[in-house]
Ligand binder design. Structure first.
Ligand SMILES: CC(C)(COP(=O)(O)OP(=O)(O)OC[C@H]1O[C@@H](n2cnc3c(N)ncnc32)[C@H](O)[C@@H]1OP(=O)(O)O)[C@@H](O)C(=O)NCCC(=O)NCCS
Length: 208
């Protein structure tokens, strides 16, 4: 953990969040070659958490710049409401459909642009009843230089301390089964599988 400094994220960290998100966006590996628009993935999976008023965001600085983050929403339903009302309308104008097919470089990029246009709210609780016990969700990503140094564990600890302070009962996340390292990491962090899909898992951990 030498030289690693964990702190709350601030708005000027946004470019670093976009960069880290892209460079870990292919099942934990670099997704740069998969995107015509290098910012598309971060528009959905990184930046909104920093702009969302209730977002909980920490960065890990290494070598005097952020090289990892953990970003979370304490109440996923409230987050989706905010996304639908505040964040996605702007993206839907910016990325109007049909997006030129010739520009799209991968299924990953196509899926992200479609997500911009997918209605987020109201949330259908009938297919995710576990949301009541695990209302928060997170994303955690670190550049390779920071991986395997105990920083992921430290970021999870920071987040869960804050969730406990806020009285949040639990947190869930989605992880692809192709990202075997991340699945192993979450199991080590005491997450258990809530639902298994053909593409991966929803995992959850109670906040004590
Ligand atoms: C997955 C990730 C967040 C883990 O963070 P990390 O800082 O590398 O993990 P840590 O060093 O804190 O490891 C904590 C524990 O998890 C285990 N672990 C971490 N990565 C692992 C891996 N790839 N395979 C097996 N176990 C792993 C460690 O062995 C350690 O266990 P220990 O405490 O018993 O020694 C990080 O590697 C990462 O950002 N990967 C790329 C992006 C990504 O896949 N994000 C998740 C998307 S769902």
């Amino acid at each position: 953990m030498e030289e690693v400094h964990i702190r709350r994220a601030v708005l000027p960290d946004i470019p670093y969040l976009y960069d880290i998100c892209l460079k870990t966006g292919n099942e934990g590996k670099d997704a740069t070659s998969l995107f015509f628009d290098p910012y598309a993935i971060g528009h959905y999976y990184a930046a909104p958490y920093l702009l969302y008023p209730d977002g909980i965001c920490f960065v890990a600085e290494y070598g005097y710049r952020p090289q990892g983050y953990i970003i979370a929403a304490p109440d996923t339903i409230a987050f989706h409401k905010w996304m639908e009302e505040q964040w996605l309308p702007v993206l839907r104008i910016r990325y109007q459909l049909p997006f030129p097919a010739a520009l799209i470089r991968s299924e990953n990029e196509k899926r992200i642009i479609e997500l911009f246009h997918k209605c987020q709210f109201p949330v259908d609780m009938s297919y995710q009843p576990w949301l009541a016990d695990y209302p928060a969700h997170l994303h955690i990503d670190m550049l390779p230089v920071l991986q395997g140094k105990g920083v992921g564990r430290a970021l999870i600890d920071n987040l869960f301390t804050e969730l406990a302070r806020q009285g949040v009962p639990g947190l869930h996340l989605n992880v692809s089964s192709a990202n075997e390292g991340a699945v192993a990491f979450y199991k080590k962090m005491n997450f258990s599988v809530l639902v298994e899909y053909d593409w991966g898992f929803t995992m959850g951990r109670k906040v004590k």
